[in-house]
Design a protein around this ligand. Structure first.
Ligand code: HEM
Length: 412
C-alpha cells in the first residue's frame, strides 16, 4: 500500500494518539504523522496513557518550540523531557532536565569534554577498537549486528572515553538500558522506578570509586580524569558528577548504537546508495548525517508550557504537555525534499532535527558523528560485503527508535 493510501484509510485526526510504543515496535508510525502534518500539525490528544498532550509534527513548529525555552520548559520540576512525566521527588542532577540559568552553567562545564580537541586525542584509540571489532566478526555466518557491532562498539567507545575497567564494560550498556527502559515493555531490565533508581545508585557508587582514584593521579585523556582535574569541573559535588556521567552514558549510548544499526539496514534496503558509497568513500560524512536523519534515534522530546502561548494558531495553556516529534519533523516535505527516501548525497545533509536545536541541542553531536564516521570508513577500507539476511526486531518505546536484533552476514 502507498503512503498516500495508508494516510487516506486512517481514522479522523481527533482520535489519533501517536504515543503508543507499539507504533514504533511495528514501525507503522509514518502515515499517522503524515496525516497530522497535513491536517492538524499541532494536534491535541485529550486522552492517552500519559495524560493529555499536544503533538508538534512539522519541522518549523518543532524549531519554534525548541528555540523558545522561556515558554517551553525542560525542567524536571514540571515533568521533564519525556511524554511520561519524570518520577517526582527523585532527580538525578542532569542538565537536560533544567532551564537557564542552571542549565547554562552546567552545560558549559561539560561541553569542552566532548569538544573537537579532546575528541581528536581519542580518535586513534576509537579507530583501533573499531578495527578490532570488525576484524573479529564471523564470515559466512549469520550474527546479530545489534549486539556484535552496535552495542559492542558503543560500549567499547564509552569504556574508552571513560577509561572504564574493560572487563566490566557491559555494565555501561546495562545502566544505559536501565535508565531509559520503558518499565511496561515485555523485556524491560527493571519493572519499577524504585528498581531503576536502586540500579542507578549502584552505578553512582562504581563511578565514585573511579573519580577518587583519578583525582589523586596525574591527569589523563579520559572523561573521568578530565572532569576530576578540569578547572571548572573538579569541584563538582558527587551528585553532579554522577548525574553528568549518567547523562553522557545514556545520551551517547542508545542513540549512536541505533544509528549504527539503522545505517546498515538503510544501506541494505537501498543498494544503489551503497554502491554510490563504495564508489565514493568521501560521502561518508554525508552518509552519517543522512543516517542520523533517517533513523531519528530520539523519537521525541517533551516540554511543558510555563505560560499561555499560541503555536500555529492553537491556544496552548500554562502547564500543557507539548511533545516535539522529531521522527515527524524529519519527514516534513515542506522542508526536506523526498523525506521518506534515504539519499546519501543530499545537498544539505545536516538539515534535520535528530540532534534537537536551541540551548539543549545535543552536546555530543561531534562525538557521535566521529564514531559513526570511523565505523563506515573502516568498513569501506576492508571492502566488507555485509548483507542483512532477515527482518529486524525493533524496540518497544515511544522515546528511542532502535533495534534489538538485526541479522547480518559478511561474505568471506
Ligand atoms: C541532548 C540526540 C549522541 C550527549 C540530545 C538531544 C537529542 C539528542 C535529540 C536533545 C536536544 C534538544 O532537546 O533540543 C542525540 C543523537 C545522538 C546523540 C541522535 C547520536 C546519533 C550523543 C552523544 C553524547 C550525547 C554521543 C555524549 C557522549 C547529550 C547530552 C545532551 C544531549 C549531554 C543534553 C544537552 C542539553 O540539555 O543541553 N541528544 N544524541 N548525545 N545529548 Fe545527544
Amino acid at each position: 500500500m502507498s503512503l498516500q493510501h495508508a494516510i487516506d484509510d486512517l481514522p479522523p485526526t481527533d482520535t489519533i494518539d501517536v504515543s503508543d510504543p507499539q507504533l514504533y515496535l511495528d514501525d507503522t508510525w509514518q502515515p499517522l504523522f503524515a496525516r497530522l502534518r497535513r491536517e492538524d500539525p499541532v494536534h491535541f490528544c485529550p486522552d492517552s496513557p500519559y495524560g493529555p498532550y499536544w503533538s508538534v509534527t512539522r519541522y518549523d513548529d518543532i524549531m519554534a518550540v525548541e528555540l523558545n525555552h522561556a515558554v517551553y520548559s525542560s525542567s524536571s520540576e514540571v515533568g521533564g523531557i519525556q511524554i511520561a512525566d519524570s518520577p517526582l521527588g527523585r532527580d538525578v542532577v542532569s542538565f537536560i532536565r533544567m532551564d537557564p540559568p542552571l542549565h547554562t552553567v552546567r552545560r558549559r562545564t561539560v561541553s569542552p569534554i566532548v569538544g573537537p580537541s579532546n575528541l581528536a586525542n581519542m580518535e586513534a584509540t576509537i579507530r583501533e577498537r573499531t578495527a578490532n571489532v570488525l576484524d573479529g566478526l564471523p564470515r559466512n555466518e549469520t550474527f546479530n549486528w545489534v549486539d556484535s557491532v552496535s552495542i559492542e562498539l558503543t560500549t567499547m567507545m564509552l569504556a574508552t572515553l571513560f577509561d572504564f575497567p574493560w572487563e566490566d564494560r557491559r555494565k555501561l550498556t546495562y545502566w544505559s538500558d536501565v535508565a531509559v527502559a520503558n518499565i511496561a515493555a515485555p523485556d524491560a531490565p527493571v519493572r519499577s522506578d524504585e528498581a531503576r533508581f536502586a540500579e542507578l545508585d549502584r552505578m553512582g557508587q562504581y563511578f565514585s570509586r573511579l573519580w577518587n582514584e583519578r583525582v589523586n593521579a596525574p591527569p589523563k585523556f579520559d572523561l573521568i580524569s578530565m572532569l576530576a582535574h578540569g578547572e571548572t569541573t573538579r569541584n563538582m559535588t558527587p551528585a553532579e558528577f554522577v548525574g553528568t556521567l549518567a547523562l553522557l552514558i545514556v545520551g551517547g549510548n542508545d542513540t549512536t548504537r541505533n544509528t549504527m544499526s539503522g545505517g546498515l539496514l538503510a544501506l541494505h534496503q537501498n543498494p544503489d546508495q551503497w554502491q554510490k558509497l563504495r564508489v565514493n568513500p568521501a560521502l561518508v560524512p554525508s552518509l552519517v548525517a543522512e543516517t542520523i536523519r533517517y533513523q531519528t534515534p530520539v523519537i521525541h522530546m517533551r516540554r511543558t508550557a510555563s505560560t499561555d502561548a499560541l503555536l500555529c494558531g492553537k491556544q496552548i495553556r500554562k502547564g500543557d504537555k507539548v511533545v516535539m516529534w522529531y521522527v515527524s519533523g524529519n519527514r516534513d516535505d515542506g522542508v526536506i525534499e523526498q523525506p521518506d527516501a534515504f539519499i546519501i548525497d543530499r545537498a544539505k545533509p545536516r538539515q534535520h532535527l535528530s540532534y534537537g536545536a536551541g540551548i539543549h541541542r545535543c552536546v555530543g553531536d561531534r562525538l557521535a558523528d566521529m564514531q559513526l564516521r570511523i565505523l563506515w570508513e573502516e568498513i569501506l577500507k576492508r571492502d566488507l560485503q555485509i548483507e542483512v539476511v532477515g527482518p529486524p526486531q525493533r524496540i518497544y518505546s515511544n522515546f528511542l527508535r532502535g533495534f534489538r536484533y538485526l541479522p547480518a552476514r559478511i561474505k568471506a
